[in-house]
Write a protein that binds this ligand. Structure first.
Ligand SMILES: CCCCCCCC/C=C\CCCCCCCC(=O)N[C@@H](Cc1c[nH]c2ccccc12)C(=O)O
Length: 536
């Protein structure tokens, strides 16, 4: 891995300076009267900063960069705009913000350079066209020798969710250190492992002098963890403008599960043919603030907490067997131990019983229903003031047998059930269509063949992605969207996604490179392999 220098600390080049200005102005307006209030207001105002404001600042980076080069490293107009604020900032109070933004900058510095030196053949080959999209996402076009063949596309993303060194990681989360055969670090599973696997495989295949017959695209998004609205969405826009239609799309979202589905003997490669829908709701309660010595019978916090508790105590209805997860378990049925094999083969009868067993575990519960997760709760400004405002964010993942509209109405009318709780929809989309997986589905069968080339006795079945991926933005470009990473996950690994000790084994990483190396070649085969889903 090519580790770059830290980005310049020039104020012209650091978007943190603009955010500090915003923060300072906002906090100043609220006139904090002591240190506690100052800290509180800072945190509240920081939480209010919009993603689009940050994205705009980051997007202005190339302009600033050009201005600094033009000034031969000297000051630019950007510097003078910020200078007065810089002079007044208390660096100790803002230290944690600074660290956060430096990390973001470091990330962008890495992704925008994308290791040209690590993949010299990729970046110098006449067969590969590389372009930056929305400044930080990458689009590669690898030209095939037979332009009449429809291209396919591989997706991955370079951005990650935050990780804190205070969270008891076995090795620092941004070190990329190897321990006992595992590479640790934020992003190793989600999703820098795929980025590196795809690029390393491309590097090798080009070095080998192989010319693919079927052209393909590689899209590496930079903002998947915040919905892909700049990266994936703009890649799709570009491809649409160019009239591209894709034979299939392959993204993260499922894997080889070994021991995660209880009762299943041996590992199973689950190629997800769909993904759940999602919605984020904001619940809020407002009332006039008052003195803590004369509390009203109910407070904003109490009302909202009760609504949140109702949401947690009343999960959405069981839908197991009514979506693509039904097909998944039926395909796997013969690999389950008795009596589960019999039960799984007869979901029409036993689905309600299996649902009750599966809902006991948080990973398998996600296949049973639309899930409800209360992820943020903010309220109160002072310990002796009755909070005038309380808000909670609820993140729901919608089962394929339900719609966004249905979920919204259930929450509004039955579960929250208190008109004092305002419900706003922050974001939402329906479950994704189910991609084909029959014997004539080129994408599915080629992915399956590639898995079987590597692991001849592996059971391969259509699966279901319980989270969300950038591939959902590609549904107008292809009806064959698959989510699968050739990594083997064991019990405990699911908790490493967005959690602590995210890691990938050396074997998984090697497997990733091998998989894509073989996939590039398998996509050139003339006739689909004669395999059916039941033959493994
Ligand atoms: C979530 C992991 C479950 C683990 C299950 C165990 C099996 C592991 C097999 C495969 C790996 C799954 C990979 C999932 C990729 C998830 C990518 C991701 O995290 N995307 C975000 C997108 C997102 C960001 N904010 C929101 C808000 C609302 C909906 C979606 C998103 C995500 O799904 O959270």
């Amino acid at each position: 891995m090519n580790v770059l220098e830290w980005p310049s600390q020039s104020p012209d080049l650091n978007p943190i300076e603009n955010l500090w200005k915003d923060l300072k102005t906002a906090v100043h307006k609220r006139s904090p009267s002591n240190l506690t209030e100052l800290e509180l207001f800072c945190k509240e105002e920081w939480a209010k900063m919009s993603v689009s404001r940050c994205a705009n600042l980051v997007e202005s980076y190339p302009k600033r960069f050009a201005a600094v080069i033009a000034a031969k490293g000297g000051s630019t107009k950007y510097y003078f705009m910020l200078y007065e604020y810089l002079c007044t900032l208390d660096f100790s109070v803002f230290y944690f913000l600074k660290i956060m933004i430096i990390r973001v900058m470091y990330h962008f510095a890495f992704t925008s350079q994308l290791s040209v030196t690590s993949f010299p053949t990729v970046f110098s080959s006449s067969k590969v066209k590389h372009e930056l999209v929305a400044n930080y996402s990458h689009l590669f076009w690898v030209q095939g020798s037979r332009p009449e063949l429809q291209p396919y596309m591989l997706l991955a993303h370079t951005d990650v969710v935050p990780a804190s060194e205070d969270d008891a990681w076995e090795v620092p989360p941004f070190s990329g250190d190897e321990k006992d055969g595992f590479i640790y670090g934020r992003g190793t599973m989600d999703d820098k492992g795929s980025v590196m696997g795809i690029l390393a495989a491309l590097e090798y295949i080009l070095m080998k002098g192989y010319t693919p017959q079927r052209g393909f695209y590689i899209g590496l998004g930079h903002d998947e963890e915040v919905h892909g609205l700049n990266g994936a969405v703009n890649i799709v826009r570009l491809l649409k403008e160019r009239g591209v239609k894709l034979l299939f799309v392959l993204d993260e979202g499922s894997a080889i599960l070994d021991g995660i589905l209880k009762g299943l003997d041996g590992p199973a490669a689950l190629i997800a043919t769909s993904e759940k829908g999602a919605t984020v709701l904001k619940l809020s309660v407002s009332m006039p603030p008052s003195h803590a010595s004369m509390p009203p019978r109910e407070t904003t916090i109490g009302i909202l907490a009760a609504a949140v508790k109702r949401l947690e105590e009343n999960p959405m209805k069981r839908l197991f067997g009514l979506g693509p997860e039904g097909g998944m378990f039926e395909h796997l049925a013969h690999k389950f131990r008795f009596p589960l094999n019999f039960v799984m083969s007869n979901l029409w009868l036993f689905a309600p019983l299996i649902a009750r067993i599966m809902e006991r575990n948080e990973t398998t519960n996600a296949f049973v229903r639309t899930t409800t997760a209360v992820t943020m709760f903010n309220a109160g400004v002072k310990e002796n003031v009755i909070a005038s405002y309380a808000e909670a964010f609820v993140n729901m993942r919608i089962h394929s047998a339900q719609t966004l509209k249905e979920v919204h109405s259930v929450q509004r009318w039955s579960t929250v059930g208190d008109p004092r709780v305002k419900i706003e929809v922050v974001y939402g989309f329906d479950p994704l269509p189910i991609s084909p997986y029959d014997e004539t589905s080129f994408g599915f069968q080629i992915i399956k063949k590639t898995v079987l080339d590597m692991f001849p006795s592996m059971i391969v079945a259509p699966g279901m992605c319980i989270a969300n991926t950038d591939s959902r933005h590609f549904k107008d470009l292809s009806s064959s969207i698959y989510r699968f990473t050739p990594a083997i996950y064991k019990p405990g690994d699911a908790q490493r996604f967005h959690g602590i000790n995210e890691r990938t084994s050396r074997e998984n990483y090697e497997g990733m490179v091998q998989f894509f190396f073989r996939l590039f070649q398998n996509c050139d085969i003339k006739k689909l392999p004669d395999v059916s889903l039941d033959h493994n």
